[in-house]
Design a binder for this molecule. Structure first.
Ligand SMILES: [Zn+2]
Ligand SMILES: [Zn+2]
Length: 139
């Protein structure tokens, strides 16, 4: 699969090639900030198939163990493009809204962090759900 995408203003563009590693909806509180209030819709793509083709993003990491991720966004229009996690360095966590064709997402394989879901969020039916991440035990 090849995905082309970029930010709202067009300053930053990327291409991601390879087989998708995961497709998720994440309802965590942090994703609500980054998405504008909805769950985040994320497709994991191989880091070694990912390249920025125009412009350069800014990155932000809170540098704490509770949230070790770095999130990259357009310095001009502020669109969040992707996240990177030291727990999964072989993947880039692409924001599906930045795809030229968001329908390439297809649909989620999992819904994560339902522990922080809002009452106005809707979880798709027939999708495995996790109180936290799929790699963490349910509690
Ligand atoms: Zn932009
Ligand atoms: Zn999240």
């Amino acid at each position: 699969m090849q995905i082309e995408g970029g930010c709202y203003c067009g300053s930053v563009r990327y291409r991601a090639e390879g087989e998708p590693l995961f497709r998720v909806h994440c309802y965590c509180r942090i994703c609500q900030f980054m998405s504008g209030g909805s769950p985040n819709v994320v497709m994991g793509m191989p880091e070694d198939g990912f390249v920025y083709t125009e412009g350069a993003p800014e990155g932000y990491s809170p540098n704490n163990s509770a949230d070790p991720a770095t999130r990259e966004f357009c310095p001009k229009c502020g669109t969040h493009l992707l996240g990177r996690s030291p727990e999964r360095p072989q993947a880039v966590f692409l924001k599906v809204g930045t795809f030229d064709d968001p329908s390439l997402f297809g649909g989620p394989e999992a819904a994560m962090f339902l522990c922080e879901k809002q009452s106005f969020h809707h979880v798709p039916e027939g999708v495995p759900t996790f109180e936290r991440g799929p790699t963490q035990s349910e509690d």
